[in-house]
Design a protein around this ligand. Structure first.
Ligand SMILES: Nc1ncnc2c1ncn2[C@@H]1O[C@H](COP(=O)(O)OP(=O)(O)O)[C@@H](O)[C@H]1O
Ligand SMILES: [Mg+2]
Length: 403
């Protein structure tokens, strides 16, 4: 029997059809082949919508070459598309709507603000969410400044540390630092509180839909900020697992730790020991962080439907309290390669593939079951394995007829 086929859906980064993460897809293709699955990569621009055919990008691990081939739709689609302000993104929305009935490994998640509000509905997560509000008027900024000595302002749809501002109270003045929308570090400014709004006017906080967030003090002794990237993935049995967690230390003068902004990856243990000191406390924090990450993944999957992996940006303050800064539905995994955790990196590549095979086998099983049981008796029992959230994937894709 032919191998099941996984189509990785992504977006070109520009008009020249530059593709992000090519090396990752090469590794995925090689790993998938060993597991008995074929992989190709495509974008919504490569689809013939009349014939439902795809001009796929195929990597050959033997010759190490990419080539193009027209093909039929894959059995499973892994959506790796990140938000872009472009026509390409509009095309993607059309694709997702037209082919909504296909089997997707993951469904799109929402913006930072919606995710924050979803999580804050659950009392388990609330103590770990920095207070956040949408910027409607200067009052939001003023009220948050009255409450907290440190604030972060970020675009609700931003990525990679772009357009992020940090405002810190400092001896009767406010220190403004950050990065512009092209991620360049802006010149730090110290202003009187009454001058703040004037200084921020060119940032168009309202039009650009900014969030105002309680800032967590994360400066190390050397003045650099730091945080952690935790990767949570579904495994080959459809169960959420923490694949790994790595520290990130921001570039000098940066208010963000993102690797794309010049941040450096570090092993979690090293960074946490340096920050917290006490070994037993470090071990407890790590345990707590893992449980927290798993809880968040399960909860968000219930809220938004099928998910297969998430990366959480986690801050740990000096007292050891865990804070969730952001949830990334389309994570890069390079952070683990950078700290030399090769096994974690390999797992991070392979897990979505193992999960895809599991989803595929469950669906084949349920189809077989469906055709057998429909001959015998009405369908009443739920599908086994629904505890993992897999049922929601099937529901999304199969419609109401599924058991
Ligand atoms: N509330 C906060 N307190 C302290 N640092 C923060 C806060 N929010 C963001 N940061 C820093 O800025 C970085 C980028 O913020 P994030 O919300 O993850 O946006 P992006 O989508 O641009 O990555 C974080 O990784 C962290 O280093
Ligand atoms: Mg982030």
């Amino acid at each position: 029997m032919a191998n099941p086929v996984l189509g990785i859906l992504t977006l070109y980064l520009n008009e020249k059809r530059v593709l992000e993460e090519r090396p990752v897809y090469q590794r995925m293709t090689s790993a998938a082949r060993r597991l008995g699955m074929d992989v190709f990569v495509f974008t919504p621009e490569d689809v013939n919508y009349k014939q439902d055919r795809i001009h796929a990008l195929i990597y050959d691990p033997e010759t190490r070459h990419w080539s193009r081939k027209w093909t039929t739709f894959p059995q499973i689609i892994f959506d790796r598309c990140r938000i872009q302000k472009s026509k390409r993104f509009e095309r993607l929305k059309y694709f997702r709507a037209k082919y909504a009935n296909h089997l997707f490994l993951n469904r799109p998640m929402r913006n930072k603000w919606t995710v924050y509000r979803t999580l804050s509905q659950d009392s388990r997560f609330r103590p770990h969410l920095p207070e956040t509000r949408m910027y409607h008027s200067s009052r939001d900024l003023k009220e948050m400044l009255d409450k907290y000595p440190l604030l972060y302002l970020k675009p609700f749809n931003g990525t990679g540390g772009r357009g992020i501002l940090r405002i810190q109270k400092d001896k009767g003045r406010l220190l403004i630092q950050g990065r512009d929308l092209s991620r360049r570090i802006i010149r730090p400014q110290r202003v009187l509180p009454q001058a703040l709004l004037g200084r921020l006017s060119s940032w168009n906080l309202k039009e650009r839909k900014y969030l105002v967030q309680q800032g967590i003090q994360l400066k190390l002794d050397n003045g650099r900020v730091h945080d952690y990237r935790m990767l949570v993935q579904k495994n080959g049995n459809g169960v959420w697992e923490v694949t790994g967690c790595a520290g990130r230390v921001g570039a000098a003068g940066s208010v963000t730790s993102n690797l794309h902004g010049g941040g450096r990856a570090e092993r979690m243990d090293d960074l946490l020991r340096q920050w917290i000191g006490n070994e037993a406390h470090v071990a407890r924090i790590k345990q707590h962080a893992d449980a927290f990450g798993l809880g968040v993944a399960r909860f968000l999957e219930q809220a938004y439907g099928g998910l297969c992996e998430l990366a959480l940006d986690i801050a740990i303050d000096r007292s050891g309290q865990i804070w969730l800064l952001e949830v990334n539905p389309k994570p890069a995994r390079e952070v683990f390669a950078r700290i030399g955790e090769e096994e974690t990196y390999y797992k991070a590549i392979v897990r979505p593939l193992e999960y895809a095979l599991w989803v595929y086998s469950q669906r084949s099983r349920s189809k077989g079951l469906k055709s057998r049981t429909s001959k015998r008796r009405p369908r009443t029992r739920p599908l086994q394995g629904s505890r993992t959230g897999h049922q929601s994937i099937l529901k999304n894709n199969e419609g109401p007829g599924l058991i």
